[in-house]
Design a protein around this ligand. Structure first.
Ligand code: GDP
Ligand code: MG
Length: 334
């Protein structure tokens, strides 16, 4: 087993997070292996359990999808932005990120088979961001990964993906090239799972908050522009031949989330996609990718965009979130 415990953080403080960032690692919170589903309570506590933040509202952002589709790479842009944002808020300096010399890092990416665990990796600390109203929000990032390639992993993935949908305020479903029908079917299955698990909370409206499709290597920008607006048009159009079924799945998803939207991203360039030596250097990205990535990250994570996780109609604190995670993990552990 690996990375099941958090790196030692004697005193979590909401200051100096940027300076100490290099000490932080992702932690495998729940994992599934064969029939076993395991919640790493110590790991969870090491992220959310600090007394300094127990009453802070928590924002939980998950990126979910199959292996080798650039999820961790995407999350590393989120880290880059959030730490830069925090620094600019604390020092009252202009926000400066993704410069020519920047290098994204943090979540394991392009790593060996051992990392291909079905489970949820949580960034080892919440990143504290000030909201426009002056509240300090704890922003937690999740890397939810699985493979829908055979019967046994299918069940595990459904469970893991349902759990990450339940606990997050923003679930980003990462796909390559297009929103394929099978991806939609997988998604609607775990959304249904999550919906059933949270049924008692139905009096509080839609079960989940935001769902964002992120389409990587989108190949038809002349038809649908990169970014969010093209994404909406892309989501609303119906490819010939699959009208009825696709519509039904989409409607089902729309009924479960407060907000459903989509981003189309360009191909990052051959240095990212093909070279084993790629180390996350921003200067190696295609300029159009860098620009679209920048816009997407800002519109998802700026202080104005961050939404605390709502549990039973109320914003959840870090302390509440820890219990909530455990409650639902227990529901699935059978
Ligand atoms: P994950 O398994 O989904 O977390 O994928 P990773 O983030 O580890 O990325 C897997 C591989 O895809 C790495 O070699 C990346 O350099 C590459 N990659 C990352 N983002 C993209 C993308 O948007 N398009 C393409 N074609 N490759 C990407
Ligand atoms: Mg990954």
């Amino acid at each position: 087993e690996f990375d099941l415990t958090a790196p030692f953080q004697p005193e979590f403080t909401t200051k100096d997070q940027v300076a100490n960032r290099h000490k932080i690692r992702p932690i495998l919170v729940p994992s599934a292996n064969g029939d076993r589903f395991r919640l790493n309570e110590n790991g969870l506590r090491s992220v959310l359990g600090h007394s300094a933040i127990q009453n802070r509202k928590v924002v939980i952002i998950s990126v979910a999808g199959a292996f080798r589709k650039g999820k961790s790479f995407l999350l590393n842009f989120f880290l880059e932005y959030l730490y830069a944002l925090q620094k600019s808020q604390q020092n009252e300096t202009p926000l400066d990120w993704l410069g020519d010399d920047a290098q994204v890092h943090g979540f394991h990416w392009r790593s060996g088979a051992k990392r291909d665990t079905v489970g949820i990796w949580m960034w080892g600390e919440p990143i504290m961001i000030e909201s426009p109203s002056g509240e300090n929000l704890a922003v937690v990032l999740l890397d939810t990964q699985g493979a829908f390639d055979n019967q046994s992993t299918y069940q595990q993935c459904t469970t893991i993906f349902a759990l990450s949908t339940i606990v997050s305020s923003l679930q980003i479903y990462n796909v390559v090239d297009a929103i394929q029908e099978d991806a939609l079917q997988n998604l609607s299955l775990f959304v249904e799972y999550g919906r059933l698990a949270t049924q008692h909370a139905r009096q509080f409206g839609t079960p989940f908050q935001s769902l964002c499709f992120c389409v990587r290597d989108f190949k038809a920008p002349e038809e649908f522009a990169f970014g969010e607006e093209g994404g909406s048009q892309y989501m609303d159009h119906t490819p010939p031949g699959q009208a009825a079924e696709l519509r039904a799945t989409r409607d089902q998803l729309a009924a479960c989330f407060d907000r459903l939207f989509c981003y189309l991203l360009p191909h990052p360039g051959h240095r990212v996609a093909e070279r084993n030596s790629f180390k996350g250097h921003i200067k190696d990205l295609r300029p159009v990718f860098r620009e679209e990535m920048r816009k997407m990250v800002v519109s998802l994570l700026s202080p104005e965009a961050l939404r605390p996780k709502i549990v039973n109609g109320k914003p959840a604190t870090c302390k509440r979130m820890m219990q909530y995670f455990k409650e639902y993990a227990a529901t699935f552990d059978s």
